[in-house]
Ligand binder design. Structure first.
Ligand code: SAM
Ligand code: SF4
Length: 433
């Protein structure tokens, strides 16, 4: 059997797809590079915004045309699968199976059952679902995702994740450390711990939190960079800052979603912090961790967002000076509190605010990036640059993308790159020496 997995959404979905591929490969199936070569196509989906669902349904439409030409099995996995369940099979009868995040283990049996009729597997489990290294077919030879927790108990008003991923579940510390040591021994120089709210991690056995996990992981010989994403700003304790301070392997880069610079909007979003708390946290982090680069997420047009609220978000960007921004128009989601609020910011206003926000960020980012021109940076080589021209791409400790000229690089190796210029989204350079 030949299979193809297409992934939409976040890094956790990317890591889940690596498990999906690993589980099928462990049973003798072969992964192929395009749906045209596959007997089974699995689409791992994201439900976070209406736009992600639209992209999914247009992709599914293309798969149904492929199925009209030759027999293939089409499966839908991930967050949309978990939320829409049987509705997907009813509304799109060309789908053969629907599998939720707690059911990937059963995929070989599900695929077999689906060859005789539609199959639904979206049962929920409270226990952590463990995957062995044989059940993980990694995409990147350079950086390894390691999911340490799943689900979320925060219930931010706009967010569907607590419904698609369920309540928080934590992976045992011992099993995370076993995997980290295996990865380091296999030559991985970087691991990225993943969780929707990664700083609420607790070892189910000892109760140790993320600071303890960082201490232990950094002791793995060979490992050089450790990252963790995504952190909730309302739950970022001083103990975590101290753990970053004492472990130099923990990269001086954080993804710290702000969502809005207006405390009134943050309150309606049920984020659990005010703008002042966020600003104070950034101050503590920057004092403790010189050179720290921050990236954030912002939603514009949340119900009731006024021009003053939006102006507060622009001001927050000017004050914090993020090195990266993921920005979104508010999109009402099923089951969420904000999905029941009046979506009263007109589309055109959301669009204008998004463009304004992105224009400001582009200016700030270019200013930050210019400071690196002329410096020599340690860069983790990822592979050929998607920009082509025989160039390579890598990332810095601060998580900045660098495109650089080099005769040859090995993905996963560190190289020294002299930065010769920059655009708004990446640095350019050449191999030093
Ligand atoms: N757990 C992370 C956190 O606490 O910020 C983020 C998880 S969410 C998958 C990624 C980002 O999508 C959020 O930070 C938010 O900016 C955005 N997002 C989530 N729901 C959204 C919605 N309904 N409309 C627009 N953007 C949304
Ligand atoms: Fe969604 Fe909020 Fe949980 Fe992040 S913390 S996953 S935004 S509910």
């Amino acid at each position: 059997m030949k299979f193809f997995v297409r992934t939409f959404g976040c890094q956790m979905n990317e890591n889940d797809s690596e498990h999906i591929a690993g589980i099928l490969a462990a049973c003798g199936a072969e992964r192929v590079a395009s749906p045209g070569e596959a007997d089974v196509v699995i689409v791992n989906t994201c439900a976070v915004r209406g736009k992600s669902e639209e992209k999914l349904f247009s992709y599914l439409g293309r798969l149904s045309s492929l199925k009209a030409e030759r027999p293939i099995l089409i499966g839908v996995a991930g967050c949309v699968a978990q939320i829409q369940r049987g509705t997907l099979l009813r509304k799109r009868p060309f789908i053969d199976f629907v599998v939720g995040p707690d059911n990937y283990r059963e995929l070989p049996a599900i695929v077999e059952r689906a060859s005789t009729g539609p199959c639904l597997a979206t049962g929920r489990g409270r226990a952590w679902r463990e995957f062995s290294s044989a059940e993980t077919l990694r995409e990147s030879p350079a950086s390894a995702f390691v999911t340490v927790m799943e689900g979320c108990d925060s219930f931010c008003a706009y967010c569907v994740v607590p419904f698609s991923r369920g309540r928080e579940k934590f992976r045992p510390l011992a099993s995370i450390l076993r995997e980290v040591r295996e990865l380091a021994a296999a030559g991985y120089k970087e691991v990225q711990f993943l969780g929707q709210n990664v700083n609420s991690y607790r070892d189910p056995e000892s109760g140790r939190g993320l600071p303890g996990l960082l201490d232990e992981a950094c002791a793995a010989p060979g490992l050089e960079w450790v990252r963790f994403i995504t952190s909730h700003p309302g739950k970022f304790g001083d103990d975590l800052i101290e753990a970053m301070e004492r472990n130099r392997k923990v990269c001086r880069a954080l993804h710290l979603p702000l969502q809005s610079g207006s405390s009134a909007v943050l309150e309606r979003m049920a984020r659990g912090y005010r703008w002042e708390d966020y600003a104070a946290l950034v101050g503590r982090l920057r004092r403790a961790l010189p050179g720290l680069l921050l990236a954030t997420d912002i939603i514009v047009g949340f119900p009731g967002e006024t021009e003053e609220d939006f102006e507060a978000t622009l001001e927050a960007l000017r004050r914090v000076r993020f090195a990266g921004l993921f920005s979104f128009r508010f999109s009402p989601r099923p089951l969420t509190a904000a999905g029941r609020m009046k979506d009263d910011v007109p589309f055109e206003v959301k669009r204008r605010r998004l463009l304004e926000l992105q224009a400001l960020q582009k200016t700030i980012q270019t200013e930050i990036f210019r400071l690196f021109v002329g410096q020599e940076l340690k860069v983790l080589a990822l592979g050929p640059s998607p920009k082509g021209g025989g160039r390579f791409q890598g990332r810095t400790e601060g998580n900045l993308v660098v495109n650089f000229a080099a005769p040859r690089v090995v993905p996963g190796e560190f190289v020294a790159v002299r930065v010769t210029g920059c655009g708004p989204y990446s640095l350019h350079g050449e191999l030093a020496n």
